[in-house]
Design a protein around this ligand. Structure first.
Ligand code: ZN
Length: 264
């Protein structure tokens, strides 16, 4: 996405040319593929106004390019998108779950309050959860907290017994059931923080945030005090366990480049 606002969004450069990405993970397990978030879907790129809404499409400068969808990128890596058996979602906002219809056979792992928000949205939530993303009848696997914990956070293991370990870490606030997704990576962990923060400077020490993003996150939050509290907990995690856990969020292109530079 290429929204207006330049440095108010990206924290650098002029007032145009900001870039926002949708960071997904593809995980190769022994006999299947697992996706963390889907980004927007194939149909969204064909009919962005109708499926995503004209205001969102215009305000965020959505690049309707099928080649950027998870479906096409998985094919580009030489995999069969039909082998995606599981999808763990940070939340179900349109820019994170629009690709669900491209993987109709996959189990969709979601924290319970998020599924309820998406399928029974309040009036002010309707634009973030377009019905067309769920009309195909996703194979929901709804998860609740069950007493497990991870670095002091409540955690839910989505696929017991399957390597690598994938955990939903409820971090509500941005949306009703927003979660991060932790993935074991060798001796350490990756933590896909979804929209718990938007810019790498927010989990830096000392923290900062481009002003446009600061306003946007407060306005969009389902529960702004929970959002702020959980963001503070991520800062503490980054400070105290930054050598064990690599944090990144959905929309920061610099964090994506940093991850792409990590040797496999
Ligand atoms: Zn988002």
């Amino acid at each position: 996405m290429c929204p207006h606002g330049g440095r108010l969004i990206s924290g650098e450069g002029g007032l145009t040319g900001a870039r926002i990405i949708c960071h997904c993970l593809l995980i190769e397990a022994a006999d299947s593929l697992l996706l963390v978030d889907t980004g927007m879907g194939l149909e969204d790129t064909r009919h962005p106004h109708r499926r995503l809404g004209a205001p969102f499409t215009a305000a965020f400068g959505v690049r309707a390019d099928a080649a950027e969808t998870a479906f096409e990128q998985i094919r580009g890596l030489g995999f069969d998108p039909g082998d995606v058996r599981h999808i763990a979602v940070t939340h179900l906002d349109l820019d994170h779950a629009g690709g669900l219809p491209d993987f109709p056979a996959a189990d969709v792992h979601v924290f319970a309050p998020e599924k309820e928000a998406a399928l029974q949205p309040k009036l002010r939530e309707r634009a973030r959860y377009p019905k067309c993303h769920f009309e195909h009848g996703p194979r929901w696997q709804v998860h609740a907290v069950d007493g497990d914990s991870w670095f002091g956070f409540e955690s839910i293991r989505v696929l017991p017994g399957v390597d690598p370990e994938v955990l939903l870490i409820p971090l509500t606030g941005h949306s009703r059931g927003h979660s991060a997704v932790a993935v074991r990576d060798g001796d350490g962990w990756m933590l896909h923080c979804g929209d718990a923060y938007f810019h790498r400077s927010e989990v830096a020490d000392p923290p900062d945030c481009p002003s446009g993003l600061r306003v946007f996150q407060s306005v969009m939050a389902a529960d702004n005090s929970a959002r702020k509290h959980n963001q503070e907990r991520l800062r503490e995690l980054s400070r105290d366990h930054g050598n064990e856990v690599r944090l990144f969020c959905s929309h920061d292109p610099v964090e994506l480049e940093r991850e792409q530079g990590v040797p496999a």
